[in-house]
Write a protein of this length. Sequence first.
Length: 279
Amino acid sequence: MKKSIAIGLTLLFIVSMAGCSLYGVASDYPAAIMVGDTVYYLTSQAMPAEIDKSAVIGYTESYTDAFPKENNATNFNRELNMPIAKVENGVAVLYENEWRFCTPESSAYEDASTKTGNTSVLKEPPQLTIMYADEGITALRGTYSWTYQDEDKTFMGIESDSLHPLQSKEYMPSLHLTRSTLSHIEPFSAYLQFETVPNQLTVCCWSVEQWDHIDAESEAVAVSKYDGEADQPVFQIPLKEGSFIYEVVATWENAEAYGGTAHYSFYTEPGTIDASVKE
């Protein structure tokens, strides 16, 4: 058995599943655009350099309140003729006066897996991206238990221990809650996008008043799932107004060559409220 220590810490983290809920049915959509028959998700990442005009491959032609199903359709900008450029590892769009990177659904999945014959084998739990309005962050991956089949068909096991989320503020990413003017996004609603979709998902939260109180009782957070037309489903959770710590526990159990359970976390901070939003 191999053993790795997440973020250089050695405290064993055992989390009770009580107070967490399984997913149901979703009714909302992450910010996305379809280009060349591929769905791309809008990120908060600005391109490091100005895009050359020669890289522009088209312009948005339609808007939808749902998930885009046609090329050059988007659900985050009603203004048409938004430039779309081909860039390394994805596309970029000229949105809100800056070029913003859009990541394809399948890219992270390919990067996170290794090929053994015709089977994709994940050697560690996949990355989790939290998307809120037009912001995206990578959740902190904490404790996980994972097994996978190596190239020689030998099964390997990893037991990675980490601090409790309530002790991990120094390492944990944060979301700034700002009500969105985008019509397809409810205020304080976030999306969980995995590189490879888990079979089970639960979410809990604590008030930030509980930092360093690892015995504090968590509160269940409802999770809904949207399959739509995309290859990779996304999960939606409501976010409480104010500052809260969220833990996501995901389990993969149906793949023959890999599987296990992983814990992820992030926290929220209050931001500005857009006065133009109509309640």
